[in-house]
Design a protein around this ligand. Structure first.
Ligand SMILES: [Zn+2]
Length: 427
């Protein structure tokens, strides 16, 4: 177990390194570091240096992820993969992603300093793209590891018409070798990611740490009520087919009904538009967007169909029409139960109790979980603020996180080692 003094020193180093990485930005005002930029390569070089100092062998893979490996008790053993991303949104905070990579290096560093080897190797990875800031496609780093880049990705261009393939060449990477970033299923035993919560739940519960149950699935729809435009002065209230009033009634229903479905599901109407609206015209047409999210796909679909049925019912009663078309859907990603238990036990040991919560934001674990058991540890961030320069974590919270992270890594390495599963099968 990492003692309190070690955890304090380690947390101070993590925060200082987050500050150092925040200096590696494309502009002096604010932190912006995008995939396949010179800043990306500089951050990789810096992180690689820290990995080496923690006793790891280091390489940059074919899609630009920075990787380090600390052998287990048996050389060549499968690895427990620890990581997060090093890219940022524009004008970002300095902990989203980076905190996970730097904390993982501290765990390895502690083992290295204590001359300890685990039943699994440890690999730390700093993914090159999670946010999708530059090319509008996301998870390029983690999808390199799972070998699931769609064929068209190299041809996708950024805002300056530079394609992924060209950007790779510019950074000394070879687009023909993308496939070599893929890792075989049996090389990696499991994946753990530490990340700031990016929401207010831990702060509200007065806890530094929480365990992620699932990464929310999401559905997005374009919706429309169509009624009849008319003169705001001459058409009596009883004769109107007001599309905006129908939309308003539906929005109130969405808010009330989603609350009734419990805390874990959220629904948002983010845009509302009357195409030929004017102050003296009864709205004939109203377009609105709907975004709903939750940790369980079946429950999410149940909420969605409830909302759509009600949209129809409101339209029917008001003599207008209603239509909705889904243009984006991503399934929820469940975190591995054994990893959740290991993380909860470690968190309970450090802070007295654990809290399980879903993640409302996307993470590299979405891609990795398609191939390997994946688990996530959340660290409280001030006010739940993220994707913003005001993003902040406290040093005591990071110290607790490092203690829990090391415990979890040790427990998971014991439980997921090949000999351990062989023993279980023999029993
Ligand atoms: Zn992130």
């Amino acid at each position: 177990m990492m003692n309190a003094n070690e955890a304090t020193r380690s947390a101070a180093r993590v925060l200082a390194r987050c500050d150092a990485l925040a200096e590696i930005s494309e502009s002096a005002e604010g932190l912006t570091r995008v995939y396949l930029s010179p800043e990306h390569m500089r951050a990789n070089a810096q992180v690689g240096e820290w990995m080496r100092a923690a006793g790891m062998t280091v390489w940059q893979d074919a899609v630009g992820n920075i990787c380090g490996r600390y052998e287990g008790a048996e050389p060549g053993a499968p690895a427990l993969l620890l990581g997060s991303h090093l890219d940022t949104v524009r004008n970002a905070g300095r902990y989203d992603g980076m905190l996970g990579v730097l904390s993982a290096i501290e765990v390895v560093n502690w083992l290295h300093q204590h001359r300890l080897r685990l039943p699994l190797a440890l690999e730390v990875i700093g993914f090159g793209d999670e946010e999708g800031t530059r090319f509008g496609i996301t998870l390029l780093g983690s999808r390199g590891i799972t070998g699931s880049w769609p064929e068209n990705w190299p041809a996708v261009a950024d805002g300056n018409a530079i394609t992924v393939a060209q950007a790779m060449t510019d950074m000394g990477l070879d687009v023909a070798r993308i496939d070599s970033a893929e890792r075989a299923v049996d090389e990696i035993a499991a994946y753990l990611e530490l990340h700031i919560e990016q929401g207010p739940c831990l702060e509200q519960a007065d806890l530094a740490l929480g365990v992620v149950t699932a990464i929310n699935g999401a559905r997005r729809l374009n919706c429309r009520f169509r009624g009849e435009a008319g003169h705001a002065g001459t058409v009596p209230m009883t004769h109107r087919k007001d599309a905006l009033a129908a939309a308003a009634e539906w929005m109130v229903y969405i808010e009330q009904m989603t609350c009734r479905y419990g805390q874990q599901r959220v629904a948002t109407v983010g845009t509302l538009h009357c195409p030929s609206g004017a102050v003296n015209v009864i709205p004939g047409e109203t377009e609105l967007s709907l975004d709903i999210r939750g940790p369980d796909d079946a429950q999410l679909n149940e909420l969605l169909s409830d909302l759509l049925v009600q949209g129809e019912a409101i339209a029917l009663r008001r003599g207008v029409t209603f239509e909705a078309s889904e243009y984006y859907a991503i399934n929820a990603t469940a975190c591995d139960l054994r990893l959740q238990q290991a993380l909860s036990a470690a968190v309970t040991q450090v802070q007295g109790r654990s809290l399980s919560l879903p993640s409302g934001a996307g993470h590299d674990a979405i891609a990795i979980a398609e191939r390997w058991p994946s688990g996530m540890l959340f660290v409280r961030c001030a006010g739940g603020i993220s994707h913003h320069p005001a993003e902040a974590v406290s040093q005591p919270d990071v110290a607790s996180a490092l203690q829990a992270w090391l415990l979890a890594v040790q427990n998971v390495a014991a439980a997921f080692a090949p000999q351990a599963s062989a023993r279980q099968e023999a029993v």
